[in-house]
Design a protein around this ligand. Structure first.
Ligand code: ZN
Ligand code: ZN
Length: 263
């Protein structure tokens, strides 16, 4: 059976400082989910747990209280609205949520590829694709070494533009095949979810081939996937479902490839 596009596990609301659309409320997101026939959605606002010590200077303060201000989340008749967060690791690979606070969330997506935040997730600005490719492995491998409840952890946007803006495809092309197989095999063994949110509808064929390759490797390794639009505003929600369907087709995903929490 084809992988059903019946969930969205990476969405921001006005609580995230990078969300500038006052209409991006939990109520509006539930409407978006119901209109698209989703069974489950998860709100994943940015969160850095203020009880976790970090050398980094977090410019945007996404602390626990504002993140929780959305609770209780509205529930639909056929749509369950889960409470999650998007977590970071600082440049010392410190994971930004304490074990106690982790228990408060239904799901956490970890953004190992927020490599644009110098002074926070990287010490100094990344300059070259080679440097970025090396760091891609370092950060992802560091995450897997942590002791986390993997059944409710996802890895966010592994091929997104935060890696090195328009040079991101160059970086992805440089990812060593053998190391990628080792990394995704470890992901599959741990049971961490792999996020899909590439905007393939607007991509050239060449770009598609490059940016989808890691996910083909992940699938080969037996990884489980979930869909996450990473939307920050209402205007972009219109073609999210169509994009999800396109990615599912391109990767030829089956329902058995789905991350268990989304089922
Ligand atoms: Zn992100
Ligand atoms: Zn996000």
């Amino acid at each position: 059976m084809r992988f059903a596009a019946d969930h969205d596990f990476h969405i921001h609301s006005t609580v995230s400082s990078c969300c500038h659309d006052p209409a991006q409320t939990p109520e509006a997101l539930l409407r978006y989910a119901e209109e698209n026939g989703y069974r489950k959605i998860c709100l994943t606002n940015h969160f850095w747990d203020e009880t976790v010590k970090s050398e980094a200077e977090w410019i945007d303060k996404h602390y626990f209280e504002p993140v929780c201000s959305v609770l209780p989340l509205p529930q639909g008749e056929n749509t369950q609205f889960l409470f999650g967060a998007e977590a970071d690791m600082d440049y010392n690979f410190v994971f930004g949520i304490s074990p106690e606070r982790l228990q408060k969330f239904d799901f956490v997506t970890v953004a190992t590829t927020h490599m644009h935040l110098d002074g926070n997730t990287v010490k100094t600005k990344i300059q070259t694709p080679e440097e970025a490719a090396e760091l891609w492995f370092e950060r992802n491998e560091a995450l897997l070494k942590k002791d986390l409840p993997w059944h409710k952890i996802g890895i966010a946007h592994l091929t997104c533009g935060h890696i090195l803006k328009e040079r991101t495809p160059e970086v992805v092309k440089l990812l060593d095949e053998k190391k990628m197989y080792a990394f995704f095999s470890d992901c599959a063994a741990k049971g961490v979810g792999i996020e899909l949110n590439m905007k393939t509808l607007n991509m050239s064929n060449e770009e598609k081939e490059i940016l989808l390759h890691p996910y083909h490797v992940a699938k080969d390794c037996g990884c489980k996937f979930y869909l996450g639009s990473d939307s920050h505003k209402q205007a972009v929600l219109a073609d999210v479902k169509q994009n999800f369907e396109d990615v599912i087709t391109l990767l030829d995903l089956k329902e058995s490839d789905k991350f268990a929490l989304c089922r």
